[in-house]
Design a protein around this ligand. Sequence first.
Ligand SMILES: [Zn+2]
Length: 137
Amino acid sequence: MSNYNWCHGPSCHTQQTQSRVRGSGDNKVLRTIKIKQGRYNSYQNGIWDYFCNQSCLMDFIREHITSIIAIAPRREALETPIKVVKEKYESYRYNWNNGYQNQPDRVPYMATRTIIKSVDNDWSILYVKWYENRYRQ
Ligand SMILES: [Zn+2]
């Protein structure tokens, strides 16, 4: 088994860089980049074991997008269960009309923010229920 892959970028071998030049004399070529497997320790599921750079990755995707999508087509939307919580908090607004010596008055008020809570585990569901009970008016 080889510990190397050739870059899968369809035009990797046409990029004019010194690192791609092979051969001697009048028999020089630009060659596809050879990639050592595991060079980034499976970063991003090992995608960089197959592409020397982002340009080659995008060239590959552009050329093969129809086939790639056919592997795992999405025919309906996915959904993630959430809880939406309205939370009140003290904020300030500035009144520029009747401040002292042209300085604005800092006026407190109760603002509301909307928080999207994950319901992936029981703790976050319990937290949301506790929160709703605590602030139910
Ligand atoms: Zn490449």
